[in-house]
Design a protein around this ligand. Sequence first.
Ligand SMILES: Nc1nc2c(ncn2[C@@H]2O[C@H](COP(=O)(O)OP(=O)(O)OP(=O)(O)O)[C@@H](O)[C@H]2O)c(=O)[nH]1
Ligand SMILES: [Mg+2]
Length: 329
Amino acid sequence: MGPTGAGKSSFINTVLGTNRFKVGEGLGSETKSVQDELLQIDGRLVRLVDTPGFDDTNLTDTQVLEMIVTWMSVQYKQKTKFAVILYLRDITEFRMKGSDVTNVRMFRALCGTKGLENVVVVTTKWNLMADKMGVARGREEELQSDYLKLMLSSGAEYARHDGTSNSSRAILRKILRKNKAFYLDFQREIVDEGKRLSEIEAGRVLQEQLLELEEKHTANLQALSDELAQAHSEKMREALEEQRRTAAEAMENAKQQQRQLENTFSEKFAEQEKMFRKMLENLRGEYEEKLEKASDEEREKLLKQQAELERALKAADKGDSSLMWSVVS
Ligand SMILES: Nc1nc2c(ncn2[C@@H]2O[C@H](COP(=O)(O)OP(=O)(O)OP(=O)(O)O)[C@@H](O)[C@H]2O)c(=O)[nH]1
Ligand SMILES: [Mg+2]
């Protein structure tokens, strides 16, 4: 995870040694959904997950948060635990924006205090700073003593990434040796307690930020209206009207995001489970037909799949839908 452009997709590509994930070329953000890829590393099967960045140029932070929370909640439903969460930050970036501070707060809230022990903060693009190592180290110190301080003091580890396969794989190896597996608090809250985005800590951080924004836009709109009332020339009025339209759009966006924070997941999940059940029940019939025509080799495979399907349906009948989520995915 991390801000847009930090190098999340590139990091995974260097681990995989391919260009599997699309990397940003222009000024706009690139990754639009959560995506994953399996890979063998030192004989272990590792699943690497890429997320859209906070502060995205096309998606709102609420949309990004919702995507990440949905995806991770589904993992919880499937009983898949995590081994580590990487938080990436571009070392070549010298400015600290207001949104950077909110984003890191949101990330901390998403992990929870306990979860931060499973985080590795990675500063990226060290290869671009090869001839400015003094500057880069200074920036690193500043980040560690300020922006990243709370994460690092809560047990998050720290690493540098220079854009090579060696460096990203070394970071992963170090983590995998720890052999950890964990859930985050919000996964339980969303799935077991049926909470909305606005009711988990990360959502609250975002909501606070949106309320502040709304207040700012309200004041701005009022000021523009006052100015408009006093504007004499047509040109001035047009310019002010234009500003007012932009401010009104920004205001609507902040309100829309707040509404989105109130969305519930439980209904969505329940609908999906209903659909999964239908799909599996339909498949049941198809297996019988396929088995009649199958060769011995195919038959063995089909029987295994059929047994898994029956197990998933049986468990769902008893109220445990986790197998159904895994089978369908
Ligand atoms: N030199 C160098 N460039 C990098 C490195 N990592 C990423 N980049 C460049 O930084 C830009 C953004 O990289 P992405 O991997 O798309 O960043 P992202 O974090 O996935 O961004 P979003 O998908 O928008 O959230 C691209 O132009 C990459 O080529 C690195 O380690 N070294
Ligand atoms: Mg990306």
